[in-house]
Write a protein that binds this ligand. Structure first.
Ligand code: NAD
Length: 359
């Protein structure tokens, strides 16, 4: 089996890092990489001693498994691959139903890494969690660099300074990492989520869990949050407004898979925030949790800085690549059995992430 890794223009995150070559070699005969595959993560081609450098065209036409971060492969290129070739990327089919239709029409065998179920067994393969964790960490650091204040309490000869207050909205993977990072920097942290199940995790990280009573049950939604009633949303908006007024930093991470992000921080809320405070909106790419966020832009509104950076993992490409590459390695170790992949397997991880199969 030849496993090929393609680079792609929109990210510095690499799907393979040097330390994983020998582990990959245990499940395949050859590793093929494009030149510059991990340049953005500061790994030169000569650090990949166990891989062969090949052209993109060679990898697409010859490799048995072709891995990329997000797909930029054209229909023509899919047509040049072997009939049995298997593509592995983050296709995000929940954002556009035409993605699966297009792949199936082209007879492409494709696994989507973002469809791996959120189960305990699959945790080590979960690229969404890995990238969310990096984003949560980087969100706090980005906010702190823009904040005109200290994060921790400071007692100095010139007087003492109160610690900054951080409000984290959405305590999933990104939110929990943001809480931990803000706490490590000495800030006082409050966090809010519609899923009351995260209360203990929030508290164990040293933050206060803020709750709005009456959230809709999400236990059948695969762990993802569900849309809430209008009445709940009004009570939630009032509470977020109250907490945001007192906060120096607001980090929003609330996403609804396959749907626009809920608008949780209104223009009125921003107008009521302290000048100098900072909002980081991790949901900016799906419309934003803040009504004023602009995707991939940093803007100022009435003295409040709003960071709408939806690709924060790209700003920490080396460790993001290590985690991503580990996830891919663990996924391949799970699905490759004795040198081949059984696309008809009823294994849960394999069948749920296989979004298109050649008829
Ligand atoms: P996500 O990115 O889908 O959403 C982030 C957080 O925002 C979630 O906690 C969600 O409840 C919250 N949220 C959504 N709408 C909200 C609203 N209106 N107000 C406040 N908060 C709101 O979440 P995620 O980090 O991808 O995690 C999704 C689920 O998957 C969670 O249950 C998580 O525990 C679970 N998970 C499981 C595994 C695993 O076991 N392999 C790995 C990662 C995540």
């Amino acid at each position: 089996m030849i496993i090929g890794f393609l680079k792609e223009g929109t990210t510095d995150i690499a799907p393979i890092v040097p330390k994983n070559q020998s582990k990959l070699k245990a499940i395949c005969e050859e590793i093929w990489i494009e030149s510059g595959i991990a340049k953005g993560a500061f790994y030169a081609d000569d650090t990949f001693a166990e891989a062969a450098i090949k052209s993109r065209a060679d990898i697409i036409s010859t490799a048995d498994v072709i891995v990329q971060i997000t797909p930029d492969i054209t229909d023509e290129e899919y047509g040049q691959a072997k009939a049995s070739a298997i593509f592995i990327c983050q296709y995000a089919p929940f954002n556009d139903e035409n993605i699966v239709k297009g792949l199936s029409a082209n007879g492409v065998n494709a696994f989507s890494l973002d469809m791996i179920p959120r189960t305990s067994l699959a945790q080590s393969m979960d690229v969404l969690s890995s990238m969310a964790s990096v984003a949560g960490y980087k969100a706090v650091l980005s906010a702190l660099t823009m904040l005109p204040r200290y994060a921790p309490m400071m007692i100095t000869a010139a007087g003492s300074i109160k610690p900054s207050k951080v409000l984290v909205i959405g305590a999933g993977v990104a939110g929990l990492q943001a809480i931990a990072t803000a706490r490590r920097n000495g800030a006082v942290v409050e966090a809010f989520d519609t899923r009351a199940a995260v209360r203990e995790e929030v508290q164990s990280l040293g933050a206060k869990f803020v709750e709005v009573e009456g959230a809709k049950d999400d236990k059948d939604a695969g762990g993802y949050a569900v849309e809430q009633s209008d009445e709940y949303k009004q009570r939630q908006a009032a509470l977020i407004q109250e907490k945001s007024k007192a906060a120096d930093i607001v980090i929003t991470t609330a996403q609804l898979r396959g749907r626009p992000a809920p608008k949780l921080v209104t223009e009125d809320t921003v107008n009521n925030m302290k000048p100098g405070s900072v909002i980081v909106d991790l949901a900016a790419s799906t419309g934003g949790n803040c009504a004023l966020s602009q995707n991939d832009k940093v803007i100022q509104h009435n003295g409040v800085t709003i960071i709408g950076d939806s690709n924060l993992p790209n700003k920490m490409p080396q460790d993001a690549s290590t985690l991503y590459s580990n996830n891919i390695l663990n996924f391949l170790k799970h699905i490759v059995k004795e040198g081949s992949i059984d696309l008809n397997s009823d294994d849960e991880i394999l069948s749920k992430s296989l979004i298109s199969k050649k008829a």
